[in-house]
Design a protein around this ligand. Structure first.
Ligand SMILES: Nc1ncnc2c1ncn2[C@@H]1O[C@H](COP(=O)(O)OP(=O)(O)O)[C@@H](O)[C@H]1O
Ligand SMILES: [Mg+2]
Length: 225
């Protein structure tokens, strides 16, 4: 037990395609961690600060497409910088567990899949912007894109339009999925791959046991204490 790292001050990211179940699983994990007395910060990318959320709206509206992939990538990293400085770092420093819905793996998978920003450029931007910050663990929820997009469409409901990435082709989403799996294969100790086809409760259970194998998870707080 004692050689497991404490969960306090850990940075855990969730990755996967649209509709994979990231937000659902982050919510379930946050509840479980909070019940054990840990401070949990739930955040997302792009976003997590007012400035970064403004950049998110700009990107997801599609207004940035005309600028091209490098400018889009720079905007993601600009948002990330603000997010790290104002939200993520301070939370980690005070011992919170930070659960982040998408992070740099998404930039690699999506911008890489768009095919116009090379890995060396992404590496350089990561070094400049993150100054050493890397996720302690990443949960990759893997799902066939048609199933994920179907779920995302149900979630969105009738009447509202597709966002910038939902509007891309199935072939694009297949490339994104492969890119995520390649990242996972290259960093098996960081990236936990789980099957998004499982029902939400089974998936939560699996993620909990995978995290428990890596980190010392405290027992449920005694409500009589
Ligand atoms: N394991 C699951 N099985 C079936 N449906 C799910 C599952 N997890 C989430 N959903 C549903 O699919 C939709 C997308 O889930 P969400 O958590 O928002 O995905 P993401 O954040 O990865 O886009 C939501 O309507 C959600 O209720
Ligand atoms: Mg989500």
């Amino acid at each position: 037990m004692s050689d497991l790292k404490a969960l306090t001050g850990r940075f855990i990211t969730f990755e996967g395609g649209e509709g994979a179940g990231k937000t659902t699983q982050i919510t379930l994990l946050a509840e479980r961690l909070s019940a054990r007395g840990l401070e949990v910060l739930v955040t997302r990318e792009p976003g997590g600060t007012p400035g970064a959320e403004a950049i998110r709206s700009l990107i997801l509206s599609g207004a940035v497409n005309a600028f091209g992939p490098l400018t889009e990538t720079l905007l993601f990293f600009a948002a990330r910088r603000d997010h790290i400085e104002k939200t993520i770092r301070p939370a980690l420093d005070r011992g919170a567990v930070v659960l982040c819905d998408r992070f740099t793996d998404s930039t690699r998978a999506y911008q890489g899949a768009l095919g116009a920003v090379d890995a060396a450029t992404l590496d350089a931007l990561e070094t400049i912007v993150q100054t050493g910050l890397k996720p302690d663990a990443t949960v990759l929820i893997d799902i066939p894109p048609d199933e994920g997009l179907r779920r995302a469409a149900v979630r969105r409901g009738a009447g509202s339009g597709l966002d910038r990435f939902e509007a891309e082709s199935i072939a694009f989403h297949d490339r994104v999925r492969s890119a995520f799996l390649e990242i996972a294969a290259g960093e098996p100790s960081r990236v936990i791959v789980v099957a998004g086809a499982l029902d939400a409760a089974a998936l939560a259970h699996l993620i909990w046991s995978e995290l428990g194998a890596r980190f010392a998870v405290p027992a449920v707080a005694d409500s009589t204490a």
